[in-house]
Design a protein around this ligand. Structure first.
Ligand SMILES: NC(=O)c1ccc[n+]([C@@H]2O[C@H](COP(=O)([O-])OP(=O)(O)OC[C@H]3O[C@@H](n4cnc5c(N)ncnc54)[C@H](O)[C@@H]3O)[C@@H](O)[C@H]2O)c1
Ligand SMILES: [Zn+2]
Ligand SMILES: [Zn+2]
Length: 396
């Protein structure tokens, strides 16, 4: 089959690779009909995540048609399913608590060590996301093997086309959980850093969950326009000082809740960000944590901080004093996607949530390397790239 493979920094290629096979009884094989490139994929593209190997198949946002099932799968051939990016067994201690992104069983033992060293625990299995998370082949391909297919995938009713439901695989539940982690109360003002897909869906979810006002922060004009169209007030961090602007917009106390939807690759030329960039480039540091610092400094006393943005290692100079002295609460984590699939599919079906506004580019899978390049280099206009394996190259 054809698949998008990783070969090094800014080097991804379409290759011909062996077709996936059923390995375990609970596996299913899915023929991909739509798959998307995620901001998290850019961390791999930029070589920020350790334990990638040349030839690894990328992609963790995908859906398709069931073409083969193991004897323990509950899926049936021909069903259309969206697959969560988190691989979870459904039966372990964490899965039983619905903390699916903490599943203890989905990362094979021989690849666990790095997680143990970096995080004090093995990471849960994720599709297409390095050997630290199990080394699973991803779904930017014609076919993919889905382990624990009786737990993760959700069957999509006819009539809901791919583009309406694809983002259930990751960014929609991620935006939703980011909002939920703010524990929104009536009258709340929520500030959201980053108007990428995760930030935009967090804005949408925050308003649905009852926020009174949402303030979105980014510098890309088109992304800020999208945030506005969802109902947010906006701050361009190239034009004003973010903390001062937030204070002015909240009567001098700061937002009740703050969402860091940027993570480890914060942009900007503030001194701390430049120092971080030099450290990361020389392997003396791991994360550019400017946004997290700004969030902790800006959030109001007694406020809530939600961090969907991915951090990979040891962020420096985190204002722990602000966190403690203001009595902030922090909630974060890889998304427990499985928990949110049914309620969010219902909200899509009822027309409460529409995610299609986000898609700026649809390309044949063969053009995936172009998709990565444009998503990386033209973030403003390229808000989300969806790849269609069945499309001919010429259709681009
Ligand atoms: N927790 C999870 O399970 C989960 C799932 C998916 C994605 N993520 C993470 O969420 C983050 C966002 O993902 P995305 O797909 O929206 O990424 P993206 O790269 O498309 O968007 C990030 C946005 O942040 C903005 N930004 C950068 N520096 C900023 C700053 N200093 N202040 C304000 N805005 C700034 C950028 O301009 C960009 O628009 C990434 O770290 C991604 O890995 C987490
Ligand atoms: Zn993703
Ligand atoms: Zn589990």
């Amino acid at each position: 089959m054809r698949a998008l493979t990783w070969h090094g920094k800014h080097d991804v290629r379409m290759d011909t690779v062996p077709d996936p096979q059923i390995v375990n009884p609970r596996d299913a094989i899915i023929k991909i009909t739509s798959t998307a490139i995620c901001g998290s994929d850019l961390h791999l593209y930029d070589s920020m995540i350790p334990s990638m190997e040349k030839g690894d198949i990328l992609g963790h946002e995908f859906m398709g048609e069931v073409v083969e099932t193991g004897p323990g799968s509950t899926l049936q051939k021909g069903q259309r399913v969206v697959v969560p990016f988190v691989i979870a067994c459904g039966k372990c201690f964490h899965c039983e608590k619905q903390q699916f992104s903490g599943c203890e069983n989905s990362n094979p033992a021989e690849t666990q060590d790095l997680g143990e060293i970096a995080y004090g625990t093995a990471m849960t299995g994720l599709f297409g996301y390095s050997h630290m998370t199990g080394g699973y082949a991803g779904g930017q391909a014609e076919y993919v093997r889905v382990p624990y297919s009786d737990v993760g995938p959700i069957v999509i009713p006819d009539g809901l086309e791919d583009d309406k439901v694809l983002f259930l695989s990751d960014i929609l539940p991620t935006g939703w959980m980011a909002a939920e982690n703010c524990q929104i109360e009536p009258g709340d003002t929520v500030a959201v850093w980053g108007c990428g897909p995760v930030g935009l869906f967090a804005i949408q979810s925050t308003l649905i969950q009852g926020a009174h006002k949402v303030i979105a922060i980014d510098h890309h004009p088109h992304r800020l326009e999208l945030a506005k169209s969802l109902g947010a007030q906006v701050i361009n961090y190239h034009e004003v000082k973010v903390r001062e602007a937030l204070m002015a917009m909240t009567g001098g106390i700061g937002p009740d809740a703050c969402i860091d939807a940027v993570g480890m690759e914060s942009h900007g030329f503030s001194i701390d960000n430049v120092v971080d960039a030099v450290k990361v480039a020389t392997r003396l540091g791991t994360d550019r944590a400017h946004v997290l610092r700004e969030v902790l400094m800006a959030c109001r006393t007694g406020g809530r901080v939600s961090i969907p943005g991915v951090y990979g290692g040891m962020g420096d100079k985190i204002p722990i004093g602000a966190l403690m002295e203001k009595g902030l609460q922090i909630r974060t984590g890889q998304t427990h996607v499985q928990k949110y699939l049914r309620p969010l599919l219902d909200l899509i079906g009822e027309g409460v949530i529409d995610t299609t506004f986000l898609i700026s580019h649809r390309l044949p899978l063969e053009r995936a390397p172009d998709g990565y390049k444009m998503f990386k280099e033209n973030q403003d206009e390229v808000t989300k790239v969806v790849l269609k394996p069945e499309w001919e190259k010429e259709a681009a």
